[in-house]
Design a binder for this molecule. Structure first.
Ligand SMILES: [Zn+2]
Length: 308
């Protein structure tokens, strides 16, 4: 079974990390013809005619020059500018969340989907630059180095590195595996419309293993006790800075208790119920490029209709 969420990571670029501090090398690559640059205003980019626009180095504005890496014998860059352009041209610039549909439509090998890892890299760094304004130790001014991958304090010299926050996302099941009675647990977020459901998810806390984070989040959100937890796969999700780590968990109890404000409704569904409700539109599942969709369809055993 081919999982759509993997389309977002199918063709990773060579990040060329060892060249990030080599100024002469960077300048040579920047000025070579064929370099392609994604312009980021704050944390937003501007698609044109349903595709992201990559400009030449000559056309790029001033800003923080980020080396993304090399792919297909091309050097890929981002330039992160202030948010002014996105503010002036409202409605034309989109954050990463607004671009997922673009990747999804072309997730069967289109050029846009193939470039997703570069876009995730660029916008993940832009989000980090956006929220990391001052040195957390002394409050000093931060300046970029290492081709946009480090920020260093002008006052005390302490470097800051890009953050990635581990988040767990899990499909919880109960009953004999593979049987008609086996059921999986889905939840509806407090802000979501009626019928929209997904796998449960949450952030890993300091000092906690990923498996314990799965058990704790499911217990907090639904009151269900989880035993065995196994790894499924992962997905970069810089919205703004997560890495989604997918798991499958086996429930030890089935009683649902909703004490947490994050989840307002939770359902146990057999495969037949899932199919019937998805077809009727009373159950709307996450979009194709999310790891949540892959977790659900992996358990279900094939594609399901509808998405949000
Ligand atoms: Zn400092």
């Amino acid at each position: 079974m081919d999982f759509a969420h993997l389309a977002l990571a199918r063709d990773p670029h060579d990040r060329l990390g060892l060249h990030r501090t080599d100024d002469a090398w960077l300048e040579d690559r920047w000025t070579r013809s064929g370099a392609r640059v994604l312009v980021v205003s704050g944390t937003r980019v501007r698609p044109k005619d349903g595709a992201l626009e990559w400009v030449s180095a000559d056309e790029a504005p001033d800003g923080v020059r980020v080396l993304l890496g090399e792919r297909d014998a091309t050097t890929w860059w981002a330039v992160i500018t202030g948010p002014e352009a996105a503010k002036e041209e409202q409605g034309q610039w989109f954050p990463l969340r607004g671009l997922l549909a673009l990747f999804q439509e072309q997730s069967l090998g289109g050029e846009q989907a193939g470039l997703a890892p570069l876009v995730f890299h660029a916008l993940g760094l832009a989000e980090w630059h956006w929220v990391t304004r001052f040195c957390p130790r002394c409050g000093g001014t931060l300046v970029p180095r290492a081709a946009g991958h480090e920020l260093v304090c002008e006052q005390c010299g302490k470097p800051q590195f890009p953050r990635t926050d581990p988040a767990v996302i899990m499909l919880i099941t109960s009953g004999a595996p593979g049987s008609d009675d086996e059921r999986c647990l889905l939840g509806r977020g407090a802000q979501w419309p009626e019928g929209r459901f997904s796998t449960l998810a949450g952030f890993c806390e300091p000092g906690e293993t990923l498996e314990d984070a799965v058990r704790r989040e499911v217990l907090e959100e639904t009151g269900v006790v989880v035993g065995d937890v196994t790894y499924f796969g992962n997905q970069p999700w810089p919205l703004p800075s997560s890495l989604m780590l997918g798991f499958h968990g086996r429930a030890l109890t089935e009683e649902i208790r909703l004490d947490d404000d994050d989840v307002t409704e939770a359902r146990w569904l057999t495969r037949a119920e899932m199919r019937a409700q998805a077809e009727a539109g009373t159950l709307v599942l996450p979009g194709g490029v999310s790891i949540s969709r892959s977790l659900i369809e992996h358990w279900y055993g094939g594609p399901l209709p509808g998405s949000w």
